[in-house]
Design a protein around this ligand. Structure first.
Ligand code: XMP
Length: 308
């Protein structure tokens, strides 16, 4: 059983020894892993760690404010609004893998600009044990990474031996708010993997609003701790509906709520029907472009958790 205060003490020593007076940078996503890695490293080297939060225009409602409010007093935080850069590169792109590739490329470009400005020599990453165990099957030891412009950063992975539950315990010990350490995982490409087809400002906004309703109602029901992920997917399908007395033609939104241990497999639990109906009623009433809401009941496998 991990003793969080011993772990923190040891890690701080290690980080100080590795980074010394050097400058380090971390991509802070707002997820629990990068948050814990950021706060731990910052406790060791203070202002010499710059935490970069990139707004790619595909964030959940309120996410930027949430990250800024949670970390502004804890970290040397730099928020970069790169949404125009991301969305212009994604314009007209339909294929999900292509979207991921573009988002990854633009992200590295944005991140590299900040790393150059900061004069960073170290890249701190929130890698945890399942990340490298699943991808490598053995211990991987990459010591540095060369960014496209040639900047070479030494990699520091302070929580790479931890599992998710241990990361949460360490986060709590570091004084992070409970809501933060227990957040559902949120994919790096954000709403891009929850919007089928081309990304437009309109579709992003519809997905964002529908998703906010799902999150609110799941929390109200007290299911946020037991569900692995819960969100809305905006499909590319339009269906006929009737709102008031008028026929309408709007989007089909799918609700996706799964239980999982590690996201390798996932199952859809029995959900309170009243909650599902409330979510459906609220989305069709509050998001005018949506005429129909359905519930995904497919497990992983054969389905994946995300839709795109
Ligand atoms: P799937 O959809 O493959 O998702 O069942 C498994 C877990 O991974 C997350 N996910 C991603 N996370 N970048 C990420 O950072 C991605 O491109 C990505 N795709 C899926 C997903 O949210 C789930 O927790």
């Amino acid at each position: 059983m991990l003793n969080p205060s011993d772990f923190i003490e040891e890690s701080i020593k290690d980080i100080k020894k590795t980074i010394g007076d050097g400058k380090a940078i971390i991509a802070l996503s707002g997820g629990v892993d990068s948050s814990v890695a950021s706060v731990l490293t910052s406790t060791a080297i203070g202002e010499n760690l710059v935490a970069v939060f990139v707004d790619h225009g595909l964030l959940r409602e309120g996410e930027s404010d949430y990250v800024n409010n949670t970390f502004k007093d804890r970290l040397n935080l730099r928020t970069v609004d790169a949404s125009e850069e991301f969305l212009s590169r994604l314009d007209g792109v339909y294929d999900p893998e292509e979207k991921r590739k573009i988002i990854g490329e633009v992200f590295i470009r944005v991140f590299e600009r900040v790393a150059e400005e900061v004069g960073a020599e170290f890249l701190v990453q929130g890698t945890i044990a399942p990340d490298w165990i699943e991808s490598e099957g053995q211990i991987k030891s990459h010591h540095n990474i060369a960014l496209p412009h040639g900047l070479v950063l030494n990699i520091v992975e302070p929580i790479r031996e931890l599992y998710k539950d241990e990361v949460r315990v360490v986060g709590t010990e570091l004084g992070l708010p409970e809501e933060m350490v227990n957040r559902q995982p949120y994919p790096g490409p954000g709403l891009a993997v929850r919007i089928v087809g081309k990304l437009t400002e309109e579709k992003i906004e519809i997905c964002r609003k529908a998703n906010a309703i799902v999150e609110e109602e799941v929390k109200k029901e007290g299911l946020d701790a037991s569900l692995w992920q819960y969100f809305a997917v905006l499909t590319d399908t339009k269906v006929t509906g009737v709102k008031g007395d008028i026929r309408d033609y709007g989007y089909l939104v799918v609700l996706r709520m799964v239980e999982s241990i590690d996201a390798m497999t996932a199952s859809v639990p029995e959900l309170p029907w009243s909650m599902v109906k409330t979510i459906s009623q609220r989305i069709t009433a509050e998001v005018s472009e949506v005429t129909h809401v359905s519930l995904s009941v497919s497990d992983k496998p054969p389905s994946t958790i995300e839709f795109a």
